[in-house]
Design a protein around this ligand. Sequence first.
Ligand code: NAD
Ligand code: UDP
Length: 322
Amino acid sequence: MIKRILVAGGAGFLGSHLCERLVEAGHDVICLDNFFTSQKSNVAHLLGRSNFELIRHDIIDPILLEVDEIYNLACPAAPGHYQYNPIKTMKISILGSINLLGMAKRCNAKIFQASTSEVYGDPEVHPQPESYRGCVNPIGPRACYDEGKRAAETLFFDYHRMNKTNIRVARIFNTYGPRMHPFDGRVVSNFIRQALNGEDITIFGDGSQTRSFCYRDDLVDGFLRLMAAPNDLIGPINLGNPGEYTIKQLAELTIELVGKGNKLIYEPLPPDDPTRRQPDISLARKHLDWEPRIPLREGLQKTIEWFRSINPDDFRPPTPNY
Ligand code: NAD
Ligand code: UDP
């Protein structure tokens, strides 16, 4: 059945790919974005499609739309971006969620929240299952994002309990791929940009901290499965690739794939940087029949090809923090 679907944050890295998938499936897609960390070029190829429209809007302000489904991806995601204006980041997670949940309630629409592995903070449990309640520093520099996303989850579950709103909450682990902002300061984009430019690769700390990297297409497939799942499957559910790597291993693999023999240099570890992160995806495997298919080497290769194909000057650095 063709649905009217709102994608808030639809011009971003993940949102633009989600919009593509929904447009291809024939849905009537409204992409809403304030372009804080993205640009129109991410969705320019969809602008001529009769089932796609683009609205410039900030979700901190209410908006009246009639829709059947809502995906809330609107939030700066890279540490440098969300720490640029931390008070605004918190407002986006809280006021933005309230506005979209209000819309879902009024329209009787199903609503998806892009939550994050950051709700687990610097985890004492490894790998992290959904039942783990996390270890977040509520007053540190990452708190605006971590606590904002935790509060957003609270709002989603309260709307569900009070109003029977049909919610879906996905906890997303580190994801990479084409259309990441080349100046977002995240580890994959930094390493690829540095490797291609023949620069030194900046490792923060000693590089022993771990992350588990999921390729964009696998992740968005998980979003669609969660949204299509039976109504009692509301989450929270982890979506990510369980393949865990140290940051040093990621640097070495990137250098090998780019082939310029870059040097590693070591810089101070930012405060509250989680020491390890790996999703337990048992629930997604069982209930969504989902698991990532693209291994890191293959996904990195595709991402490196995309970085080679773009002119970084076409991308405006959203903040000075890259
Ligand atoms: P992104 O920065 O590319 O996308 C976010 C989009 O939201 C951008 O287009 C941005 O302009 C828009 N936006 C920001 N504030 C807005 C506002 N107030 N109103 C309207 N639009 C706004 O990041 P992404 O990696 O595509 O992340 C998408 C979502 O997934 C985010 O909510 C993020 O927290 C979540 N997430 C991503 C990852 C990851 O590894 N990529 C991991 C965990 C969670
Ligand atoms: N990192 C790094 N060099 C960089 C950028 C990031 O060593 O140029 C590290 C960072 O300290 C963290 C990990 O890579 O330990 C992942 O950082 P990212 O900002 O991509 O995401 P996070 O998972 O921390 O939100």
